[in-house]
Ligand binder design. Structure first.
Ligand SMILES: CCCCCCC/C=C/C(=O)SCCNC(=O)CCNC(=O)[C@H](O)C(C)(C)COP(=O)(O)OP(=O)(O)OC[C@H]1O[C@@H](n2cnc3c(N)ncnc32)[C@H](O)[C@@H]1OP(=O)(O)O
Ligand SMILES: Cc1cc2nc3c(=O)[nH]c(=O)nc-3n(C[C@H](O)[C@H](O)[C@H](O)COP(=O)(O)OP(=O)(O)OC[C@H]3O[C@@H](n4cnc5c(N)ncnc54)[C@H](O)[C@@H]3O)c2cc1C
Length: 674
């Protein structure tokens, strides 16, 4: 075995020495101030320094069952610590949010394949907070907050996930006993997929069709106890279990659930929005979509998960590319260059770094918007709910699609070693790709946004008032078919993307109108689906760039000149990479010449070159500890070959010289003289 020395890799040190800005200043911006950075580090250390977590164990070699058991063991260490810390900090909702925000990073070091308790606070408690009336809140919230019970969100069924109106689970009100009777009438009505459901939780929010006085009143949320609190055995009439091996999320414990005449008390239907009187009279909610609130909440917070996921992958690929040397650029060069010297390598990595920053700006903005609009809802005003729904749907789709695609690009940027499990890309990719499907399948999400865009375009044509996010449709209508002139400033690039988005929305609108002559509006919309998803993507690119511009214009007023340059170049890279990637859409609606495109290409190359000396500073500035990065290729010290070697030594096959399969199969085979 070679001698393994572990000092900071000199190539990486050389890169760090070239960084011209103050990394800590960047970190302070990234986490919202120096106090928050200190707090983040403290919280992370509080959890990760706990030796009983055994974070050194490579859980990827465990069996499916062992992985689950280890994940439960770890969560049973983390959650009591979390509750203790919450009390120590002051016990407020704000303190809780603080811990959860930081755990977003920390948990990726503890539960690489998913947290078997994640739905408890993430969806079960959130639904209770959003949809329980005061009485229900005072009964259930303390139990949730203290983890006296553990819950999940059981909506999806074997037969339906997207089209929730057709869920089949029934909750029939029996006014005589003042109970609901829950049933699973068919195989396709089995709840299927809810996280943490299989063997972990003892309660669930069950979304079921409410029947009262012989009528169906649509899907409503019910709190159902599914396992005994002492024995953990399924409650009478309940069938529950694990749905089996998956592409990823192995320790999330996704489960199935069925009901056979399960009776729950009247008070277990969450009644903040829809209501049922004790005699069985149904009272419709003020806003029909209020029951979908938990999904909106999760979609909003998923953009932050994308930031965590992409910052991790970008850190790994950047550090590795500054340590790995291969392929002289001039054939006679004696020293092989760091692979980051190859322009194509920079093109794989640097746009990903820029996106982390733009998505971070967006995630923060969206969260603020969510909080404002939720507050309006509590005061009975739901006017802006469709706008939030449309924005969160397209962002959820575009950002999670991009996280999966970018992780794959960054894995490829690490060549063969990127394919090692120890590189960390596999877990990153599996988590990213799961997010493309859960919380609303991405195509479906884009079509929801497109629906809003087509409506908005009709309003723009009719001269009606638009919501702020789609003001650019007014400009398009005013231009009356004239193409947008191209101006290569950053705001000019934004206008070009707005013109492309508005142009695409206009042509989808026109095509629906044409098809409506022969088809129903729904059929016409379906036939236009391919264009519609592009409308939603382009609209999302508009929102991202606009937010990036507005945020960075503010940021650069408050940072040092060196960091100002970094942010300007982040915006330049993000904008140019974007516009070059959608040139087909742009050319349809913007007067852009070949010379303009050549100029953009040259600017792309120039900004990549600028980034060459900033990239390591930015990824170090994401401030991800080695435990969070969790990669042999991405450690801060850059000792990748030593790390790879050490990780290989942990393979169970390397714990013995000769495996028993030799005696059982290989030897007889080799001696058989076939
Ligand atoms: C830390 C947290 C960890 C989380 C881990 C996450 C694990 C994963 C969990 C899950 O996956 S939970 C299950 C998630 N399931 C889904 O996301 C289902 C996706 N489907 C839907 O959201 C809906 O079915 C639909 C696609 C939106 C369609 O709903 P519906 O059939 O009721 O709509 P329509 O009748 O077509 O009406 C559309 C109409 O309603 C507006 N709208 C829809 N949703 C909302 C909303 N949330 N808020 C406001 N408005 C909404 C929509 O804009 C349309 O408006 P109009 O065009 O008719 O004006
Ligand atoms: C890892 C993971 C965790 C999950 N966790 C939970 C959970 O905790 N709780 C829970 O309740 N659920 C959970 N789910 C379920 C998840 O929310 C659904 O799988 C998801 O909403 C997609 O629904 P579906 O499976 O019915 O897909 P489908 O709708 O069957 O999608 C299949 C295909 O049909 C297309 N399609 C469907 N409808 C349309 C349409 N209207 N227009 C165009 N194309 C369409 C889709 O684009 C897709 O290509 C989880 C799923 C996964 C993968």
């Amino acid at each position: 075995m070679p001698a393994i020395s572990k000092t900071i890799n000199k190539d990486l040190k050389e890169e760090r020495d070239k960084v011209k800005f103050n990394i800590e200043e960047f970190t302070n911006w990234f986490y919202g101030g120096s106090e928050k950075v200190l707090e983040k580090r403290k919280i992370e250390n509080y959890f990760l320094s706990d030796k009983s977590l055994n974070l050194e164990t490579d859980t990827s070699y465990l069996s499916y069952k062992e992985k689950y058991e280890e994940a439960i063991r770890r969560s049973c260490i983390v959650y009591p610590k979390m509750l203790k810390l919450h009390q120590e900090l002051g016990g407020t909702e704000e303190d809780f949010r603080k811990i959860m925000d930081n755990l977003r990073y920390t948990m990726s070091a503890i539960q690489k394949e998913g947290n078997p308790f994640m739905l408890h606070f993430g969806m079960f408690t959130v639904t209770i907070m959003n949809l329980a009336n005061d009485e229900q809140l005072s009964e259930w919230l303390p139990k949730c907050v203290n983890c006296e019970i553990l819950g999940t969100y059981a909506q999806t069924e074997l037969g339906h996930g997207t089209f929730i109106k057709k869920l089949e689970t029934t909750a029939t009100y029996d006014p005589k006993t003042k109970e609901f009777v829950l049933n699973t009438p068919t195989l396709t009505a089995y709840k299927w997929w809810p996280g943490n459901l299989g063997h972990t939780v003892n309660h669930a929010i069950v979304m079921a069709q409410l029947y009262t006085k012989g009528e169906c009143c649509g899907i409503q949320p019910f709190i159902v106890q599914i396992r005994d609190l002492e024995t953990h055995k399924p409650m009478p009439g309940i069938t529950v279990g694990d749905i089996g091996n998956k592409v990823g999320f192995q320790t999330v414990n996704n489960g199935f659930l069925a009901f056979n005449n399960v009776r729950i008390p009247y008070k277990n239907m969450l009644m903040k929005s829809s209501k049922l009187s004790e005699d069985g009279t149904f009272i419709k909610p003020k806003n029909a979509k209020q029951n979908y609130g938990t999904m909106v909440f999760v979609r909003v917070y998923m953009i932050m998960d994308v930031v965590v996921n992409m910052s991790r992958a970008a850190t790994i690929a950047t550090r590795y590319s500054m340590v790995r040397r291969q392929s002289p650029i001039n054939p006679n060069d004696e020293v092989e260059p760091k692979i980051i010297e190859h322009m194509t390598q920079q093109y794989k990595i640097f746009p990903a770094i820029a996106k982390v920053i733009i998505y971070k700006c967006m995630a923060d903005n969206l969260r603020n918007l969510y909080q404002q609009i939720t507050l309006e809802g509590t005061k009975g005003s739901f006017e802006r709910a469709p706008e939030l729904h449309a924005l969160s749907c397209c962002l959820k789709a575009v950002c999670t699609n991009d996280a999966a695609k970018t992780t794959e690009i960054l894995r490829l940027a690490c060549g063969g070693h990127g394919f090692l499990n120890s590189s960390g890309f596999a877990d990153n990719y599996k988590n990213a790709t799961a997010a493309q499907t859960y919380e609303g399948e991405n195509t479906v999400m884009l079509l929801q946004t497109a629906r809003f865009l087509i409506k908005s375009f009709t309003k723009a044509k009719n001269g009606e008032k638009l919501t702020e996010g789609v003001f650019y449709l007014n400009d398009f209508v005013k231009r009356n078919g004239k193409r947008e002139p191209f101006d290569d400033s950053i705001r000019g690039i934004l206008r070009a993307i707005q013109a492309a988005a508005a142009g695409k929305i206009s042509s989808a609108w026109k095509h629906i109108e044409e098809k409506k002559k022969f088809l129903t509006v729904e059929e016409a919309t379906n036939q236009t689906g391919i264009e519609l998803i592009r409308c939603a993507e382009l609209h999302c690119y508009v929102c991202l760039l606009q937010t990036g511009i507005e945020e960075i214009e503010q940021i650069i007023k408050n940072v040092s000149p060196a960091l100002r340059e970094v942010f300007k170049n982040v915006l330049e890279l993000y904008a140019i990479d974007n516009v070059l990637n959608m040139i087909g859409d742009i050319l349809q609606h913007v007067d852009m010449t070949n010379a303009d495109i050549d100029k953009l290409q040259k600017r792309l190359e120039a900004v990549l070159t600028f980034f060459r000396s900033s990239a390591i500073g930015i990824v170090d500035g994401f401030d991800l500890s080695d435990a969070v990065v969790s990669s042999t290729l991405g450690t801060y010290d850059g000792n990748v070959y030593e790390n790879i070697f050490e990780a290989a030594m942990k393979s169970p096959l390397n714990q013995e010289d000769v495996n028993k399969s030799f005696h059982l199969y290989l030897k007889p085979f080799l001696k058989s003289n076939l």
